[in-house]
Design a protein around this ligand. Structure first.
Ligand code: ZN
Length: 228
């Protein structure tokens, strides 16, 4: 940020409003980095932080208010998750990042595609770190009416999303040149795992086999066999 912009719009903490930082040290410390690892339908989920009030606020600001500092924070969490995933797997250097899709109506209302922007941000950071070839491919789309998940329980989420994703029409989903690449499915948050599971199902139906799921956050309650 240049000095004039800084003068006009001094940075403040996204959560508590303290001056100087996008996320102040105190609020950052309340966002607990996650260590537990889960498999969803046979694919390892790498999530950098546990979901809580602070992360909820940041996701809301990135998703609904188009806040760049909030989005950047989530991108950093995704970078942490991705570095861990790359460090532990035999993933090839060529990486294809696939964002989980949103409802077309939500994209229209917002004027941007939330998970796509996060995934683009992640790709940019990975390139800066010379991770290798990184591409973002929006392979998935929502193919029927679904409702906002936020007030649904686990069973309702699963019903809401079952069969709701499919591959984009052919032109956009060319797999040419991607032989030997690793595919990672990207979401902001995993709560019930319904969207991750549906994303995996739709990709596999199209012959794409992701080797990892990356998320900025994961609900603390999802361990203990929920993802079996
Ligand atoms: Zn703060």
């Amino acid at each position: 940020m240049d000095s004039l912009a800084q003068l006009l719009f001094p940075p403040s903490c996204l959560i508590c409003g303290a001056a100087q930082f996008d996320i102040c040290g105190k609020c950052d410390a309340r966002i607990i980095r996650s260590q537990h690892r889960l498999d969803i339908d046979g694919v390892r989920l790498w999530a950098a932080a546990l979901y809580g009030d602070e992360l909820a606020q940041i996701i809301l600001q990135a998703k609904e208010e188009n806040s760049s500092p909030a989005r950047n924070f989530l991108v950093q969490l995704l970078v942490e998750a991705c570095v861990q995933a790359l460090g532990s797997s035999e993933s090839s250097a060529d990486l294809i990042l696939v964002p989980v899709p949103s409802r077309p109506s939500a994209n229209r209302e917002r004027g941007y595609r939330h998970a796509y922007l996060l995934t683009k941000g992640l790709a940019k950071e990975l390139k800066r770190r010379n991770v290798g070839e990184v591409a973002v491919r929006e392979f998935l789309r929502v193919n029927r009416a679904i409702v906002d998940q936020s007030n649904l329980n686990r069973a309702e989420r699963s019903r809401n999303l079952s069969g709701a994703y499919s591959l984009q029409s052919r032109g956009k989903t060319s797999l040419r040149g991607s032989a030997g690449s690793s595919f990672f499915l990207i979401d902001d948050l995993v709560t019930s795992g319904a969207s991750a599971r549906e994303g995996l199902r739709a990709l596999r139906a199209g012959g794409i086999y992701p080797s990892a799921l990356l998320a900025a956050g994961v609900s603390p309650g999802v361990s203990g066999g929920v993802f079996s």
